[in-house]
Design a protein around this ligand. Structure first.
Ligand code: NI
Length: 223
């Protein structure tokens, strides 16, 4: 698989390659979760989603393993997130970044920092699962409390740089994993055993889920 270097502008066709088919209008599974969405292209390198059903908390629906796209699409989403996210926040002012994506929700700034928090942890969980003799028990954390700490007030560029590095490492790892590697597991103390195959699907979803919070907020506000 081939990925564009950092800084490459997305065209409509390139973005469409990165959005799992299951998230497109007429998605693959019957579900009460809203999954229909349409991409709008304002200009090259900038895009947003228009949601057909307004669910501000779950703009692309909840993670549904049975509706997950294929592995290559999921890896492409992980590889493409840094560019998608930069496009999503591009040109926003500090005031706009400090706007919540829903009433009582995180601000766009907190959302970007949360993605860094979450995906740092996820890369470590992949590496633990790939290297431990027994399926490791991973360490959960209170993501809402992490998002309230002082570093979540920093400029989003700080976390965009983290996400660049983490996702470069993560995509390289994923592209070189064997089928047997994707069968490896870790244990989450609250939710049980997870195969890396499923975890990849979850984080591809998570990447699009939070990107849609940002693009949705821009859409509603006409930014
Ligand atoms: Ni999240």
């Amino acid at each position: 698989m081939k990925f564009e270097p950092p800084g490459t502008l997305f065209t409509a066709a390139r973005i469409s390659q990165r959005i799992p088919k299951s998230l497109w209008p007429g998605g693959t599974t019957p579900s009460r979760q809203p999954k229909r969405l349409t991409l709008l292209f304002r200009k090259e390198g900038s895009f947003s989603y228009r949601l057909m059903h307004h669910d501000l908390r779950y703009p692309i629906g909840k993670f549904d393993e049975t509706a997950a796209s294929n592995r290559n699409e999921q890896i492409a989403t992980i590889a493409g997130l840094p560019q998608m996210l930069r496009a999503a926040v591009g040109g926003l002012t500090d005031e706009q970044l400090d706007t919540p994506y829903r009433p009582d929700g995180w601000t766009l700034r907190q959302t970007v920092h949360h993605i860094a928090d979450s995906h740092i942890n996820s890369l470590c969980r992949f590496k633990l699962a790939l290297t431990e003799d027994e399926a490791p028990t991973i360490r959960p954390y209170y993501e809402d409390r992490w998002a309230e700490l002082a570093d979540s007030n920093l400029p989003v560029d700080v976390s965009l740089a983290i996400i660049d590095g983490v996702h470069s490492r993560w995509a390289e790892l994923l592209q070189n994993m064997t089928d047997a590697d994707f069968e490896r597991e870790f244990i989450h103390p609250e939710t049980g055993t997870w195969k890396l195959e499923k975890v990849l699907g979850l984080y591809a979803w998570h990447s699009l889920h939070h990107t849609a919070h940002i693009t949705g907020t821009r859409e509603w506000n006409g930014w």
